[in-house]
Design a binder for this molecule. Structure first.
Ligand code: 1HN
Length: 343
């Protein structure tokens, strides 16, 4: 392993001549972009504790009316990527969004894909291309690239959810843009998780068509995911209880850019996850415990917290409740890594 030449070793007039022509010598930066054995990761292991963020989010409700926000969000920005870049991981944006009773976040559509994970509140729904998706704790509501979406809140008290978008990726590709729209009309009374996709392996006998749509199912109710994890846990002892959310028509990830999943930890259980190349974010739906990443000091997590972890790291999750299981919803860049052949 030879020591590569540095910028400082080059004569100043040579460096100036390069700069003049928008040229950069590779060798001084070679190891920075191509380190040996393990990639450079800017993603820091970091927990956003909901009890810390919630008061500031509610304060935003007082400070900024919906008309001045369009979307009232506090972004969970990983400082490793620079706060202003709004990245939780290289390709994932996270934000906590607040809507107060009787407010509406106006209709628009855009190129980035989004999923909302509902954290608190009742009585809100997102209308996606005419399909009203009820929002309940732990549900995933999809607004795929290009689909109209607007949020309504008819309940009492605030509604808060976690937005997960592939915005950093689409923005870097210079492909991020939006269109405003008129308020939507509902084309059905409930979303398709109540009808076409209410049960695995069963479809309606009439008016059901296989579809090539990007996301045929827009709402993934938490209660179904939870039941599925509990049922798996009864049959699979000694394995990690983990599921992937998929498109019900083709079994692929919800988006090409971001994969979603859920994990269940048995009471008192501690698991080290299989090491993976992708960074990952975890949202705690239920439970409390500790997170350990590589040699870092353990960090506590509890219900409604969200944390990020870099790829190529050893992640150990411990459920510290002796009686209750813990549940997480996860988002990662696995689909992209697989597509690119780097997973
Ligand atoms: C967006 O459209 C929403 O529709 C939330 O609720 C967060 C962050 C960046 C760009 C678009 C939403 C967003 C966003």
């Amino acid at each position: 392993m030879t020591q590569l030449g540095t910028l400082e070793e080059l004569p100043q007039d040579y460096r100036d001549a390069l700069t003049q022509l928008n040229l950069v010598p590779l060798w001084p930066s070679m190891r920075a972009v191509l380190p040996y054995n393990v990639p450079t990761r800017k993603t820091q292991t970091l927990t956003w504790h909901y009890e810390d963020v919630r008061p500031l989010l509610l304060q935003a409700g007082d400070l900024t009316p919906m008309e001045k926000a369009e979307r009232r969000v506090l972004v969970l920005a990983n400082p490793g990527h620079g706060l202003e870049n709004m990245q939780a991981t290289p390709g994932i944006y996270l934000g906590l969004q607040l809507i107060l009773p009787n407010e509406t976040a106006p209709n628009h559509r855009h190129t980035p894909n989004a999923v909302r994970i509902i954290i608190e509140g009742e009585g809100a729904y997102t209308t996606v291309n005419g399909e009203p998706c009820r929002m309940e704790r732990g549900d995933l509501i999809l607004t795929p690239s290009g689909l109209w979406h607007e949020h309504h809140h008819k309940g009492e008290g605030p509604i808060v959810w976690l937005d997960v978008l592939d915005l950093p990726l689409i923005y870097q590709l210079e492909g991020s843009w939006a269109i405003e729209g008129q308020p939507q009309n509902h084309t059905m009374s409930k979303d398709k998780s109540f009808s076409e996709y209410s049960a695995c392996g069963i479809v309606p006998n009439i008016n059901f068509e296989r579809t090539q749509q990007k996301a045929p199912m827009l709402r993934y109710p938490w209660q179904k995911t939870r039941q599925c994890l509990l049922a798996m846990a009864e049959h699979l002892s000694d394995t990690l209880i983990r599921i992937n959310y998929v498109n019900p028509e083709n079994g692929q990830s919800l988006f090409p850019s971001i994969g979603f999943g859920a994990i269940m930890l048995l009471p008192g259980e501690s698991v080290t996850l299989p090491k993976r190349t992708t960074a990952c974010v975890f949202h705690v739906v239920e439970g409390h415990g500790q997170l350990r990443v590589d040699t870092l000091e353990s960090q506590p997590w509890q219900e409604k917290d969200t944390f990020s972890t870099p790829g190529y790291s050893d992640i150990t999750l411990t459920n510290q409740d002796p009686l209750q299981p813990a549940f997480f919803i996860t988002a990662d860049e696995e689909p992209l890594h697989t597509y690119l052949g780097i997973y």
